[in-house]
Design a protein around this ligand. Structure first.
Ligand code: IPM
Ligand code: MG
Length: 359
């Protein structure tokens, strides 16, 4: 198949991990006879420097026209003055909104070879396999903001339609998996959460009676996630709670460098990115872990291009590379970013070719 993939390397280690992931995608395309065209665009700090805008119109338009978007990371100390007029993160938020990407999927599945990298006791981690579905284009992130001499406010608001669409996405995912959905809110305090809970109950009852639905308050959920992570399957929550909960969940996997994500909307185009940031402290050294970005390309192949076999090839290759202890520094190894990507390519399963010959 032919596909146009927009690559947004961004800032810090973004360009390094994006290049590593593209090298894996190119090899998979070669083996399977696909023609992927890669088009690089600016976002974040580098876009502020070059265009005075963290999301130039040309970048957003290219993303809208693409089949999928692969993003590295945005942000860094150079642009982090809280009083600055524009910040790199605004580019990311505007892109999510501009592309209507309301469902952010963050899978967390600790790898057996990397359990020691987690601060959590290994016996709690075996068998953990969670997907957090984070609402991505509403809530306090996007409500009205005010600032005056004696105060400031951020409005948290959700429409029924915004809540319904992300909950349906999560229910469908739960149905494909273990049939268990945990919805996280703060219904003992927030009106938006009470609306969220009502809608979850209604959709569960009317459309997904086969999925077991449980509600958790965000504060107790942060404890349960560490104390009994194996009990969870699909977790759905609003934007801000999801932001916080997924950073916590990433610690189950030991390194932020292992966790991919997909941001999806109604159409096929999605944005795929590692959940780690731009890691300015190690930027430019060629030592960043590229696995999260490489695993994000697997999600890209699956969700935007419908190439399930190819996605599975990449996931199996990363799995095998980790089993072979092909580790970058964050996991206690010595491989460079490029060497880790090569390790994944070297472990691409042989039947990647077979699938091509069968076609
Ligand atoms: C994330 C990040 C972003 C967010 C920042 C960079 C705006 O933390 O993707 O989790 O808060 O959504
Ligand atoms: Mg975050």
């Amino acid at each position: 198949m032919q596909a146009n993939i927009v690559v947004l390397p961004g800032d810090g280690i973004g360009p390094e991990v994006a290049a590593a992931a593209v090298s894996v995608l190119k090899e998979v395309a070669r083996r399977h006879g696909h023609e992927f065209r890669f088009e690089e665009r600016d976002i974040g700090g580098i876009a502020i420097d070059r265009h005075g805008n963290p999301l130039p119109d040309a970048t957003l338009q290219a993303c809208k026209d693409a089949d999928a978007v692969l993003l590295g990371a945005v942000g860094g100390p150079k642009w982090s003055d809280p009083n600055a007029k524009v910040r790199p993160e605004q580019g990311l938020l505007a892109m999510r909104k501009g592309l209507g990407l309301y469902a952010n999927l963050r899978p967390v599945k600790p790898h057996p070879a990397a359990l020691d990298a987690s601060p959590i006791k290994p016996h709690l981690l075996t068998g953990v396999d969670i997907v957090v579905v984070r609402e991505l284009t509403g809530g306090i992130y996007f409500g009205e903001k005010t600032r005056s001499a004696d105060g400031a406010s951020d409005l948290c608001s959700y429409s029924v339609a915004e809540i319904e669409r992300v909950l349906r996405h999560a229910f469908r995912l739960a149905r494909e998996r273990r049939g268990f959905l945990v919805s996280v809110d703060k219904a003992n305090v927030l009106e938006t959460s009470r609306l969220w809970r009502d809608i979850a109950n209604r959709i569960g009852r009317e459309e997904f009676p086969d999925v077991r639905l449980e509600h958790q308050l965000i504060d107790s959920m942060t404890m349960h996630l560490l104390a009994k992570p194996r009990e969870y399957d699909v977790i759905v929550t609003e934007n801000m709670f999801g932001d916080i909960l997924t950073d916590e969940a990433s610690m189950l996997a030991g390194s932020l460098g292992l966790l991919p994500s997909a941001s999806l909307g109604e159409g096929k185009v999605g944005v795929y990115e590692p959940i780690h940031g731009s890691a300015p402290d190690i930027a430019g050294k060629g030592i960043a872990n590229p696995y999260a970005t490489i695993l994000s390309t697997a999600m890209l192949l699956r969700h935007s291009l419908g190439l399930e076999a190819e996605a599975a090839c990449i996931e199996r290759a990363v799995d095998a590379a980790l089993n072979a202890k092909a580790f970058t520094g964050d996991l206690g190894g010595k491989l460079s970013t490029g060497e880790a990507a090569q390790a994944v390519i070297a472990h691409l399963p042989a039947d990647c070719y077979v699938a091509e010959l069968r076609d």
